[in-house]
Design a protein around this ligand. Sequence first.
Ligand SMILES: CC(C)(COP(=O)(O)OP(=O)(O)OC[C@H]1O[C@@H](n2cnc3c(N)ncnc32)[C@H](O)[C@@H]1OP(=O)(O)O)[C@@H](O)C(=O)NCCC(=O)NCCS
Length: 201
Amino acid sequence: MDSAPTQPGIVIRPSTDADVAAMIDIYEHHIRHGVGDTGDFEEDRLRPDDLKRRRKNMRSKRLPHLVAERHGMVAGYAYAVPFRKRPAYRYTLKHSIYVHAGHLHAGIGRRLLPALIEACAAGGYRQMIGYIDAENEASLRLHEACGFTRVGHLPAVAYRHGRWADSVMVQCALGTGSSDQPSTWRQEAAARDAQAAVATT
Ligand SMILES: CC(C)(COP(=O)(O)OP(=O)(O)OC[C@H]1O[C@@H](n2cnc3c(N)ncnc32)[C@H](O)[C@@H]1OP(=O)(O)O)[C@@H](O)C(=O)NCCC(=O)NCCS
């Protein structure tokens, strides 16, 4: 990973309910204008209660939901959710990141994404996946700078603004990645062994 440039005035912190309106503003701008992972404006509208509920659910699963403040204003946010629901995928996350239109290319992504990676690794997760619109040069560069590699190209998987769009799948190992077993798995295995030992005595 390239070292993140130090930008004065940027603070990364967990989001709170008080940030919800600012996060919705950022999101709605990008679904109206952006080349992000978004599509139809009315279908994709995010309601304040949905966002509050999502934040609460995520906290209970040790999933980070972060905001970036720039000069005291919420200028971006990022979060990660389970990659797939089935238990075998429980150590893998997928994430989203959005920066306010008035604060683009000011180094916020380069602070926010590494902070998200660090928080996910601290939660015991091992892989992080992102889907990026193939034309989203800013996001592709940001992810590469933060240690993600391109692992797949998905042709014509999105239809928005009247045309088909490709996605690029990117991946980053968290913590020790796949080089050892996850600690919670080791604890579960030890508990199973202890139970088996009790059953045979
Ligand atoms: C992608 C996004 C999060 C980047 O955030 P950002 O704060 O503007 O990014 P940064 O200023 O930290 O720049 C990070 C790197 O991205 C690249 N980049 C940023 N803006 C760029 C632009 N307009 N054009 C080309 N490259 C750009 C640069 O390589 C930059 O690194 P460098 O300038 O140090 O070389 C932001 O553009 C965004 O919110 N876009 C809309 C939503 C979106 O696409 N989210 C991602 C969905 S996968």
